[in-house]
Design a protein around this ligand. Sequence first.
Ligand code: NAP
Length: 245
Amino acid sequence: MNEKRTVLITGASRGIGRALAMAFGENGDNVVVNYRRSEQSAQTIVEAIKKAGGDALALKADVSDFDEAKTLVEQTIEHFGSIDVLINNSGITKDTLMLRMKEEDFDDVINVNLKGSWNMIKHVTRPMFKQKSGRIINISSVVGLIGNPGQTNYVASKAAVNGMTKSLAKEYGKKNITVNAIAPGFIETEMTDALSDEIKDAYRAQIPLNRFGKTDDIAKTALFLASKDAGYITGQIISVNGGMV
Ligand code: NAP
């Protein structure tokens, strides 16, 4: 097990975020389970982590709001004393073809997926610079690498997160802070449950391993990127997609 760290995970109330929270909690780390609406579910995860021997705290914040993101960081430091790992996992989709996409569909997705990640990184920067260490992991997406019809808003947000990751790795290297992204392929969560069977079959046909990924596939990759063993990895977009790309 690694030294006990404080890990702040945005959007940890379900899906990939829940798997991330449980993996770090079971590793013995202090975990902040951020949520926007699903308070009950976030509290259940906190209890499960405590049962597994870790420590955790649920904190409500909309990461797309600059001030709420700031408060989230401040509350984490107040409670646990530091932030060693930030995982920007919160994400939303508002899929539709360009012809039908409304301006607010674009703005909402960019505000949560891109601006939310930027807000969180902005606010952890000073504390991480001060402690001269840190790990930042952004959850982007395979479609940010290859594009996808019906997702111009989402793909733009995830491609931008990849670019931001590479730029920040160059800025933060001197401060002993690594910045990487994980680009998941099709992972079974509520986000993907919403798709029709027809679309799911079409995705599966593009996956050489011929199955969808599990949330644990992403959690295990994040555990590695946050570990001492990954100390020389920065500015990378790690694909976890069953061979899709
Ligand atoms: P999910 O099941 O829909 O969960 C999304 C999480 O984000 C929830 O915890 C939600 O909190 C939180 N969230 C949404 N808006 C937020 C906001 N403004 N502020 C704070 N939290 C917010 O999604 P998922 O499938 O686990 O996806 C997690 C991440 O992986 C996303 O960034 C997604 O784009 C990425 N990803 C997923 C897949 C996949 O196949 N599932 C593939 C590639 C990339 P509440 O429950 O409180 O609303």
